[in-house]
Design a binder for this molecule. Structure first.
Ligand code: NDP
Length: 285
């Protein structure tokens, strides 16, 4: 059997750390002769047609990221219960059989993996986009009482109604605070102006999770660490969802430490030259 292709589809996708992380995992498990993981820039317009062509191009499965997670769910022929309830998929697996596409959501279990046992009893989730939906769903499923805050409160109320959690218009104390907004990504100095929690109040949360990751870390986690909170950063969340996807495609346990180091750029990327290519020129510049 030839080399099977895996990959990540996004728009933009240039900065994804998944190729380095997944190729390092494949190498560490001796599967680099069986699979290669590529980066595919695919515009929303080209997404359905591109995905339809992936199995014939040798792909066994792909991750999908912004802005394709809802579209990925829509084109699947089989959908996991998690992906259905969240309304988004980040992992597609092709076959068995022509035209079969299974959609999974590994963001939700990946968050719980990152938090570890026991699951928190209470959580405050900031944000109401795709990642907030997966996080709120995962935490509620693990038995937590979840409150969702969002800049646009209507979107928080929509998540609350869909997932069976509470919507709040201001901060509340909880065991875990999870930032699922994009606040902190571009301008760290704005962080505490754009979320409803003050830096001085972070000590009310035993654990602070920031889905955002950036070189040098985020201001939210820097302040949380200073106040003694347990901190989980966005790269750990990325690693954990990637580990779940790796297991779905290969049937093997993922080498977490290898993936962590690769995601953090602590070892040379094992991305082969071909892994930055596109699919027949479709889907992007
Ligand atoms: P979405 O675009 O779906 O949602 C963005 C959210 O951020 C919305 O709730 C939006 O609020 C809020 N927001 C944006 N700007 C501001 C602001 N200035 N002030 C307050 N709130 C703001 O994104 P996702 O849910 O997909 O992702 C959110 C973040 O998480 C991104 O930065 C992404 O990179 C990161 N992420 C990390 C992952 C990981 O593996 N570590 C996985 C997935 C996402 P409103 O509704 O009011 O516009």
């Amino acid at each position: 059997m030839g080399l099977k292709r895996l990959g990540v589809l996004g728009w933009p996708v240039d900065h994804s750390r998944s190729p380095a992380m997944q190729n390092a995992a494949l190498a560490a498990t001796g599967l680099d002769g069986a699979f290669v993981y590529e980066r595919l820039a695919v515009s929303p317009d080209a997404f359905p047609e591109t995905v339809a062509g992936l199995p014939a191009a040798g792909f066994a499965g792909v991750n999908v990221t912004i802005p394709h997670k809802e579209a990925a769910l829509a084109l699947a022929t089989a959908v996991s219960a998690d992906a259905r309830a969240i309304g988004a998929a980040n992992t597609l697996t092709f076959g068995p059989g022509e035209g079969a596409v299974r959609a999974d959501n590994t963001d939700a279990p990946g968050l719980l993996d990152a938090l570890g046992e026991p699951a928190p009893r209470t959580a405050l989730v900031l944000g109401a986009g795709g990642s907030a939906r997966a996080v709120a769903y995962a935490l509620r499923g693990a038995g937590a009482a979840v409150a969702v805050w969002n800049r646009n409160p209507e979107r928080a109320r929509a998540i609350a109604a869909d997932i069976g959690v509470a919507a709040v218009t201001g901060p509340i104390a909880a065991e875990v605070l999870v930032n699922c907004t994009s606040v902190g990504l571009r301008d760290p100095a704005q962080t505490f102006k754009e979320i409803p929690v003050n830096a001085d109040d972070l000590g009310e949360y035993a654990c602070v999770v920031d889905l955002v990751y950036r070189d040098g870390g985020t201001e939210l986690l820097r302040q949380a660490e200073r106040r003694g909170c347990r901190c989980v950063d966005g790269l750990e969340i990325l690693v954990r969802q990637g580990a779940r996807s790796f297991q779905i495609w290969t049937g093997r346990s993922a080498p977490l430490d290898v993936m962590r180091r690769a995601a953090r750029g602590e070892q040379p990327s094992q991305l082969p030259p071909s892994a930055t290519g596109r699919l027949g020129g479709r889907g992007g510049p």
